[in-house]
Write a protein that binds this ligand. Structure first.
Ligand code: 5SP
Length: 346
């Protein structure tokens, strides 16, 4: 039997929730490769508040949109509803590649009631072993605990993306130099060929989600169920992919995943030389959620946090620990402190 892989996320400014991955992966031309992350412990149709990953405001240096870079299709003509504290969301991950494919809008969020969990490390019998979304809090808060919910401060919804301009190799493009999109423009192609998430078998082995050996839970993207404003979009880059290739998209996505190992399996050595990618993204896009994945644990978390990562995937370091909770707390606290420090430095 195949189950969703073991991993956990450390996110800032989220209500801690348990999550599971529902994958819809289709690789035929014109079909989508996407993953949706409805929180576990929730039931469809019911909502749970969710806070932004970062409370950092977008800066002028951070374009919200740009011309020719649109993610979706005619559905983008749907007027997004204003986000409320109670809105549901999903996460879609794709990997930036040059091969064009159509990205359909993300499947519906499937939300269920779930009690908030103070540290986000609580597991549930309904959950995949350990996808845990832990909560970080406002970087400006003097303490870890926060009292109020926030909504992600995007004055306009994330925009549609279309294939980016040819990457500028060799130099990192300043975000401010990125072209801006014009209102009403729509296009439909998002280049991607792969997904990042992994699933694991009961014997503990992992394989990429796209492995044909696994069965995926197919999520039909029913039109009535889609609410684009409730979606998050992420782009992932493997170690061999330059951040320049992600740069053109970064002003429009919610999350960038910088792989710090080659996707494939857990337990690999953390690639510190990926940190300049994280640092550049954080510098150029202060409110972007930046995730690192691979070889992250107590020995490497400082580098990630200082570079600007605020979402952490940690496999071995947590799962092989005698005290996973303390490891998670450590990772979270290091990130919180780095976020607070950046906030004070600004
Ligand atoms: O999916 C991958 C790598 O393919 C990563 O998510 C790792 O599985 C994370 O595990 P550790 O590297 O932390 O052990």
């Amino acid at each position: 039997m195949t189950s969703i892989r073991v991993s956990w996320l450390l996110q800032s400014n989220h209500e801690p929730v348990l999550g599971t991955w529902v994958a819809s992966v289709q690789s035929e031309p014109g079909q989508q490769n996407l993953l949706v992350q409805p929180p576990l412990g929730r039931k469809r149709g019911l909502r749970q508040p969710r806070r932004p990953l970062l409370s950092v405001q977008k800066t002028q240096n951070e374009p919200r949109s740009r011309p020719g870079a649109r993610l979706s299709t005619t559905r983008r003509s749907i007027q997004p509803k204003s986000r409320t504290l109670e809105q549901k969301r999903s996460v879609t991950f794709t990997e930036a590649q040059h091969e064009a494919a159509t990205l359909s809008p993300p499947a519906e969020s499937k939300e269920c009631p779930s009690e908030n969990q103070s540290l986000g490390v609580k597991s549930s019998s309904a959950a995949s072993p350990s996808i845990v979304t832990a909560d970080l809090h406002s970087p400006t808060a003097a303490k870890v605990e926060t009292t109020g919910l926030e909504t992600k401060n995007k004055e306009e919804p994330w925009s549609c993306l279309s294939p980016p301009p040819p990457p500028v190799l060799g130099t990192l493009p300043p975000a401010a130099s990125l072209p801006r999109e014009s209102p009403g423009e729509t296009s439909s192609l998002l280049p991607h060929t792969d997904t990042i998430l992994h699933i694991s078998e009961d014997n503990g082995t992992e394989s990429p989600l796209l492995s044909p050996a696994f069965t995926y839970t197919h999520v039909e993207l029913g039109e009535p169920e889609v609410n684009l404003d409730e979606s998050h979009v992420g782009l992932a880059i493997k170690p061999g992919t330059t951040v320049e290739e992600l740069g053109p998209w970064a002003g429009q996505i919610d999350m960038a995943l910088v792989m710090t190992v080659e996707p494939g399996f857990g337990g690999q050595k953390f690639m510190e030389d990926m940190m300049p990618k994280v640092n550049w993204l954080r510098t150029q896009f202060p409110s972007l959620d930046i995730e690192v994945d691979g070889g992250v644990g107590p020995d490497t978390i400082h580098k990630c946090a200082e570079a600007g990562a605020n979402m952490i995937v940690s496999g071995s370091a947590v799962m092989k620990s005698d005290d996973p909770r303390s490891v998670i707390n450590l990772l979270r606290n290091v990130c919180v402190e780095a976020i607070q420090k950046r906030s004070l430095d600004r």
